[in-house]
Design a protein around this ligand. Structure first.
Ligand code: ATP
Ligand code: MG
Ligand code: MG
Ligand code: MG
Length: 469
């Protein structure tokens, strides 16, 4: 099955066989939710239906939600299973069906529609959730010794609706494992792959920490399209599936390198493939590169991709070709009509930003290399805030990129010093405005506020982590 066929199979299964309303993916930009920078889970745009703030169009809904998780950015290419952009297939119940249906339909989909081998599947549960354990034991062909109780399997964010969850894993074989004696479900290596999370929202937690059973219990599930595609297509990682590999092929041809020969080359190719999808779809959803919020995430992703292109030896701009590869992957997929319609626009936005960064990347890298050499000579470990600020301000290096390059070289960034420089520049701009002078630097309201961004990002991640333990 292709990735596009898998998406259809899932949505059809829940819409046609299980009575769900099939809804289009929501935008990556959250609506009326200032706590979120970007949508990172299928349930996020449906929150008003879960809290009862809004009446859902039907009590059963299914979607394939576009998601971006910047918190996974440094995993991209390093693990087999993480991208910044992915699609989360989901089926949701708003006070309708509950655990029994959620588990047995997931089992039916995986073993009958997708035909995964039953003896390779595992289910984690919350240790006190005897109900979930009993339901799992009833599933035809499920090995009851494959139930793994994990304390972590409880979803809650402060007072309010919460409950246990159950995650479905597949054992991909010993040869994919880390070989540690402790290796098992939940190990961070590639052997046991988490494919689906089922959340059972059944309690209302009071301010004083009591868990009262909810009158209307909810179901919220999330299944990674690229992960399930990697299993179905028998590929070693998400990146070899038809949802990503054509972009790798494009980048490899452009760089004149071969995939699968050198680990670091492969990481760069995977980063480019992932980031090309992220940036295309973010722009499709109306985000533009900037120095703040979502626009900054986009800028950071795009510039990171350019740097990996450079690492592969690509000298010219190359990202618009990657956009063409992305569009080709999705051209016949439902929910992606806007990608095809906006193809030229997306390429224009990306080319402009790429050219801006290309123009300064070489000089910036030279400067950073000089700093790093000087540090190594002196036996220093930390790049000063003023130096990092110059890279940001003059050469357009997102500070996270500088930090990442430093880390690759065993060095650190003086974040506090960097933030002090930012603050000083804000002050200069403010007094310049007061004195009614023109400010010589670009729009300062657009300047990145590191502390704020960190907060934004950790708010997103905290949410995501809590929602999908
Ligand atoms: P992991 O532990 O592997 O990081 P997770 O527990 O953070 O995954 P959930 O938050 O439970 O993931 O999200 C539900 C599903 O979405 C996961 O089971 C997985 O299939 C998919 N998923 C989550 N994060 C990613 C990602 N970065 N890239 C691709 N798929 C993902
Ligand atoms: Mg995760
Ligand atoms: Mg999970
Ligand atoms: Mg997990």
């Amino acid at each position: 099955m292709t990735g596009n066929e898998l998406r259809e199979a899932y949505l059809k299964f829940f819409a046609e066989k299980k009575g769900h309303l099939r809804m289009e993916s929501f935008s990556l930009i959250p609506e009326n939710d200032p706590t979120l920078l970007l949508i990172g889970a299928g349930m996020a745009p449906l929150k008003p239906f879960f809290t009862g703030k809004m009446k859902p169009p039907r009590t059963r809904v299914t979607t394939s939600q576009r998601c971006v998780r910047t918190g996974d950015i440094e995993n991209v290419g390093r693990t087999a299973r993480h991208q910044t952009y992915f699609e989360m297939l989901g089926n949701f119940s708003f006070g309708d069906y509950f655990k029994k249906e959620a588990i047995s339909w997931a089992w039916e989909f995986l073993t009958e529609v997708v035909e995964l081998p039953k003896d390779k599947l595992y289910a984690t549960i919350y240790p006190k959730d005897d109900e979930a354990a009993a339901i799992w034991r009833e599933q035809p062909g499920f090995d009851p010794t494959h139930i793994v109780p994990l304390e972590d399997n409880f979803w809650e964010i402060g007072p309010g609706p919460c409950g246990p969850d159950s995650e479905i894993y597949i054992d991909l074989g010993e040869e994919r494992g880390c070989g540690e004696p402790t290796c098992g479900v939940g190990c961070d290596c590639d052997r046991y792959l988490e494919i689906w999370n089922l959340v059972f929202t059944q309690f209302d937690r009071t301010e004083d920490g009591k868990y009262n059973p909810l009158a209307h219990k909810n179901i919220d599930t999330g299944c990674g399209l690229e992960r399930i595609a990697s299993v179905v297509q028998g590929k070693p990682s998400n990146f070899e599936t038809d949802l990503l590999f054509p972009i790798i092929e494009y980048a490899a041809a452009k760089a004149g390198v071969e995939y699968g020969k050198d680990a670091e080359t492969d990481v760069s190719l995977k980063v480019i493939a992932d980031h090309a999808r992220s940036m295309s779809i973010m722009i499709m959803d109306g985000i533009l590169p900037s120095n703040e919020g979502r626009g900054y995430v986009l800028r950071r992703i795009l510039r990171r991709a350019v740097r990996h292109g450079r690492l592969l030896g690509i000298k010219d701009t190359f990202l618009t070709g990657a956009v063409d590869a992305v569009v080709k992957i999705y051209q016949d997929a439902s929910d992606f009509g806007a990608l095809v319609a906006k193809q030229d626009y997306i390429k224009k936005v990306i080319l402009l930003e790429e050219e801006r960064f290309q123009a300064t990347l070489t000089q910036g890298m030279e400067l950073l290399n000089e700093h790093m050499e000087a540090l190594k000579k002196e036996g220093g470990k930390v790049l000063g805030g003023a130096d990092a600020f110059k890279l940001y301000d003059t050469f357009g290096f997102p500070w996270e990129l500088t930090e990442e390059i430093l880390h690759e070289n065993g060095l650190e960034l003086d974040e506090k010093g960097f933030e002090a420089e930012m603050q000083a520049q804000r002050e200069r701009a403010r007094s310049a405005r007061k004195a009614n002078q023109r400010v010589a630097v670009p729009d300062l309201r657009d300047r990145v506020d590191v502390t704020k961004l960190r907060q934004d990002e950790s708010a997103v991640e905290a949410k995501v982590v809590c929602i999908w333990k």
